[in-house]
Write a protein that binds this ligand. Structure first.
Ligand code: MG
Length: 276
């Protein structure tokens, strides 16, 4: 099933009339069998995040959480997607407060008042799942709670917009509108992405955009939508560990992510999980 071109796939489905609308090179449409593998990878990611959320409490270290995730992913017969990815040294990303994404687990203990971001990826049968969640630990200021809630709402708005026939600009606009209506900024330098046999495929899925612009979403596409919202400005910088991305102004940041299958009837969340 691998390395079929988009045109071949469309022909195989008897959709020759849609060839003119074939997505650009690099954007793949997944077969039903491939979607099922992606669904399994997404399920592992969802269950792992649920286990992590149950374990988050003041005093737990990000290293403890990393070990838990590694155990869960292995127990479910999957492989971690991030470990070794471009040299990343851990199973999950753990980012605290002004850290936006790609934080490396370590001996730092989570404290009351922290905003912790957990980003998890898993591989099943060669297919990837990718999702992230933000959690506020214990009592936090109202604006912190609002940041986390609004980032989740921004992801939900992006997912709702990810219907067949819609465009990537509609998705980005939906995310950005929710964020900016609450006075939060949207990170520009990091974006969502296609997901499949690679963690990061085409297309890039920006969290900002103009309605009606960009790639037309087609049934069979699988994308990760992952808004990153800051209390302050959208600018970022990378710490000396070459991984951890932080807000340039030190303001708080939140991040949510789901891997989404564009089904013929609408978006399906492949990394869905139980509420904790
Ligand atoms: Mg991602």
């Amino acid at each position: 099933m691998s390395n079929k071109t988009v045109a071949q796939r469309l022909l195989g489905r008897g959709k020759t009339a849609s060839l003119a609308a074939a997505p650009p090179t690099g954007v793949t449409l997944k077969s039903a069998g491939e979607v099922e593998s992606l669904r399994q990878a997404g399920r592992v990611v969802g269950k792992t995040i649920t286990a992590l959320l149950r374990a988050v409490r003041p005093g737990v270290t990000t290293h403890d959480l990393n070990l838990l995730a590694a155990d869960e992913i292995k127990r479910m017969g999957a492989q971690p997607a991030f470990l070794g990815y471009r040299g990343f040294p851990a199973t999950i990303c753990t980012s605290l407060n002004e850290e936006i994404v790609h934080g490396i687990p370590g001996n730092r203990a989570v404290r009351t008042g922290d905003v912790l971001k957990l980003d998890v990826g898993a591989i099943v049968d060669g297919f990837y799942g990718d999702a992230a969640v933000s959690v506020s630990v214990g009592a936090v200021p109202a604006r912190t709670r609002e940041l986390v809630d609004v980032t989740r709402q921004a992801l939900e708005a992006g997912i709702r917009a990810a219907r067949p026939g819609a465009r990537l600009g509609d998705v980005g606009y939906a995310v950005q509108s929710v964020a900016e209506s609450h006075g939060f900024s949207v990170v520009r330098e990091y974006v969502g992405h296609g997901v499949g046999r690679s963690l990061h495929e085409e297309p890039q899925v920006a969290n900002f955009g103009v309605p009606g612009r960009g790639l037309v979403l087609q049934p069979g596409m699988v994308i990760a939508i992952e808004p990153m919202l800051n209390v302050g400005g959208w600018q970022t910088r990378v710490l000396d560990d070459d991984w951890t991305v932080v807000t340039a102004d030190g303001s708080l940041s939140a991040h949510f992510e789901h891997t989404i299958y564009i089904s013929p009837t609408g978006p399906e969340i492949l990394t869905a999980r139980e509420e904790v």
